[in-house]
Design a protein around this ligand. Sequence first.
Ligand code: ZN
Length: 70
Amino acid sequence: MEIKLSIIPKPSEGSRTVLESKVSPVFKGEGDVNYICGSCGAILAEKIRRGQIGNIVVHCPKCGQYNEFP
Ligand SMILES: [Zn+2]
């Protein structure tokens, strides 16, 4: 299945864990959920187990928006 992430404003310095990457997907796992950018639809995390990633913000390498993992 596929989950669309929510876009948030750029977090202020040090307030959140922000992952920056130049390539997508930023994560690859062994689960069955793809997380896609809420803005451009790029796959940011592929085959993730539900709950494996949480409370982080990923900077989309494609469109530059900040995506929040629930
Ligand atoms: Zn994007």
